[in-house]
Design a protein around this ligand. Structure first.
Ligand SMILES: [Zn+2]
Length: 121
């Protein structure tokens, strides 16, 4: 069986790093070493201390063009996360976990869970 649980792309930059590079996995998403390094640099940047911690939603600082460029990136991540969810539900079913339990975990009914994922088993 192929590695169905692979998280082969970085949800932050969208890249698929070479197999020699690692991804850090989260719930349905992953982040690459490059993005982790960038985040650590931002968090470690003491020059921004003293500035307000929040400047509101990020889109307040973006142009219309930047927002439009961001939409397909968000959509792609959403599709990948949905794909991961289907894989995890399939694994749950392979372990004979009941649809009622899967539904409860997702906050939906057994019937809704079955209808949503039955085609992907
Ligand atoms: Zn990345």
């Amino acid at each position: 069986m192929p590695n169905d649980c692979q998280r082969d792309f970085c949800a932050f930059c969208g890249s698929t790093p070479p197999s020699s590079r690692r991804l850090i996995a989260g719930p349905g998403v992953a982040i690459c070493e490059t993005c982790v390094t960038s985040a650590a640099q931002i968090l470690g940047d003491t020059s921004i201390e003293g500035q307000p911690k929040s400047m509101g939603p990020i889109w307040n600082q973006m142009s219309d063009k930047e927002i439009l460029q961001h939409l397909p990136e968000i959509s792609q991540v959403s599709l990948k996360v949905e794909e991961q969810l289907r894989v995890w539900v399939r694994v749950a079913r392979e372990r004979k976990i009941a649809w009622a339990q899967i539904g409860a975990a997702l906050g939906i009914t057994r019937q809704s869970a079955w209808e949503r994922f039955k085609a992907h088993l």
